[in-house]
Write a protein that binds this ligand. Structure first.
Ligand code: HEM
Length: 527
């Protein structure tokens, strides 16, 4: 500002007043240049009719012309602030409120009963449009981003891959990756009697590598080290992170809506670079796999085929296009690795905060495994995992307190009439706030208390860590099996402590909620 006025002083030789109209004109030109490519999205309205009137029936902050409510939106550090912002907004505006992001209306829902109805009845089966567009741009078209009309057909292509036989066959592989993780952690452990030799470390990167390797193996079915270098794989893993961070930040910044502007920014270029690198890696793996298929009689091994084999068959039959093939593979690896990895770390974190529950699980493991307890080379089976019942209750309680997808970003597929007569019009972005729903005292008495037993009397309707309805998590059994296997291994080998409190976890929202770090200390467990 200072330099602007000195510029005016020099040019205007103290007659600064004469230059103001020119400066205003200049500002208008600059604003036009910046906003023009965004106009379509900024001025977009969901559909014809009195949408605005219907939306304004819901409470929300004061709506300004053109800006809407974007002035209350956490623009600068959205990933760090959005979850806190939403909780505060629910307190202020109630369980169903609206936000105008420029001319775009958003409806936030944290009423448990309404959320259950919308999800069960498939009334919000489309995805948040903007997020969908961006995912399409970087991933190719994968299951997560598909429109509600084509989604069911693709979902049918995915479902057979997650049958129990196949998941059962994967447990051995998960277990052997778990063993590698234990080996890596060995040097960080103190002796059993004392924790003074053990060091504090962040568990996240260790587990992330483990679950990434599991997801790649189950997705591609080959030892990827033969197809691409280890460095490329780690690069791919970190690229997936960069992409999800950048996509999320972009969602909150309306001036970045246009691709034309976005891909000229540093972040946009980086996102594109990561997406291209990822696509090239997947193409290399596909080529490698095609060669391997030529050498083996793969038709005779259908029962053990990996996800890539299944998708290649569909591609060869003309069911999937090139971009769909690429999209589905990207979705599998990104949705299948980070998810289980973060949940494993969060379970270990809560069990470190609540050692009495940690001990109860260890007792259960001892009872189920008998003399095999502590014998790390003995892999689990489906029947064994089924008997880890208390462990399962604890995992569920962790998912309640820390739902991995805290906000389900959806879009209404029809006009939705609520009991009080208000209407959510078709085509409006709807955010289901699982984070708040999971602490609804109606369904979860003493919601802030860690109490795994609350899940022992059958399913709780408002418990939705894997979402509900047609677009729920297709990989939930596979995810739970991975989490159970690795957590059981980690608890059998070590006693876990943490130096953080629940409120110390710095959470980043990137569609998933991700803790910045999970600080742990371990001691070897005596068998
Ligand atoms: C314990 C870990 C996991 C959790 C908590 C979890 C959670 C979720 C949630 C909440 C959704 C729904 C998002 C929405 O409704 O908008 C979802 C969708 C999805 N998940 Fe998971 N997930 C996990 C593991 C996995 C795994 C291991 C895979 C394997 C590939 C996977 C693949 C998917 C896919 C493809 C979708 C999109 C489904 C569709 O649109 O039809 N997830 N997940």
């Amino acid at each position: 500002m200072i330099s602007l006025f000195s510029f005016v002083d020099v040019l205007g030789k103290k007659e600064t007043g004469n230059l103001y109209p020119y400066l205003v004109f200049l500002l208008v030109v600059i604003l036009f240049i910046v906003l023009f490519p965004n106009l379509k999205t900024v001025l977009w309205r969901p559909n014809k009719g009195n949408v605005s009137g219907a939306i304004d029936e819901f409470p929300g902050p004061l709506k300004l012309p053109f800006l809407g409510n974007s002035y209350v939106w956490p623009l600068f550090h959205p990933s760090k602030e959005i979850l806190g912002w939403t909780r505060a907004a629910v307190k202020k505006w109630g369980p169903v409120f609206r936000m105008w992001n420029f001319s775009r209306p958003y409806i936030f829902i944290s009423s448990s009963d309404l959320a259950i109805k919308l999800l069960r009845e498939g009334l919000v089966d489309d995805k948040f449009e903007y997020l969908k567009n961006v995912s399409v741009a970087i991933n190719g078209v994968g299951l997560v981003a598909l429109d509600s009309e084509v989604h069911p057909k693709h979902r049918k292509l995915w479902n057979p891959f997650f049958n129990l036989k196949r998941i059962e066959n994967s447990i051995g592989y998960m277990h052997s990756e778990g063993l590698k993780l234990l080996e890596t952690l060995e040097s960080l452990a103190g002796e059993n009697s004392t924790s003074c030799r053990s060091q504090v470390f962040d568990l996240l990167p260790y587990v992330a590598h483990c679950t990434f390797d599991i997801a790649c193996r189950i997705c591609f079915g080959v030892d990827l080290n033969e197809a691409v270098s280890r460095d490329c794989l780690h690069q791919y893993c970190s690229d997936l992170h960069t992409i999800s961070v950048n996509i999320t930040e972009r969602v909150f910044r309306p001036w970045l809506r246009s691709d034309w502007i976005y891909y000229k920014t540093t972040e946009g270029r980086k996102t594109k670079q990561c997406a291209e690198r990822g696509a090239n890696l997947i193409k290399k793996v596909i080529e490698f796999k095609r060669e391997t298929r030529k050498c083996t009689d793969h038709k005779h091994q259908i029962a053990n085929t990996c996800f890539l084999d299944r998708m290649l068959d569909l591609h060869e039959q003309g069911v999937l296009t090139d971009t769909q093939l690429l999209g589905e593979l990207n979705v599998f690896v990104s949705a299948g690795s980070d998810t289980s990895g973060i949940v494993i770390c969060i379970v270990i974190f809560y069990l470190s905060l609540h050692p009495e529950h940690q001990e109860k699980i260890v007792q259960e493991l001892q009872e189920v495994l008998g003399s095999d307890f502590g014998n790390s080379s003995c892999p689990f089976t489906w029947d064994i995992l089924k008997q880890f019942k208390y462990l399962e209750l604890c995992i569920k309680e962790c998912l309640r307190l820390f739902p991995l997808v805290p906000i389900l970003p959806r879009r209404s597929t029809e006009n939705i009439k609520l009991e009080d007569g208000r209407v959510i019009p078709r085509g409006v972005d709807v955010f289901i706030n699982v984070d708040v729903i999971h602490r609804d005292p109606k369904y979860f008495p003493d919601p802030n208390i860690f109490r795994p037993e609350r899940h022992s009397e059958g399913p709780i309707p408002a418990f939705m860590p894997f979402s509900i309805g047609n677009r729920n998590c297709v990989g939930q059994v596979y995810g739970m099996v991975t989490v159970k296997t690795i957590v059981a291994q980690l608890l059998m080998a070590y006693n876990w402590e943490t130096t953080q409190r629940e409120e110390d976890l710095q959470i980043l929202y990137q569609t998933l909620q991700v803790p910045e770090s999970v600080k742990c200390k371990i001691r070897k467990r005596l068998v």
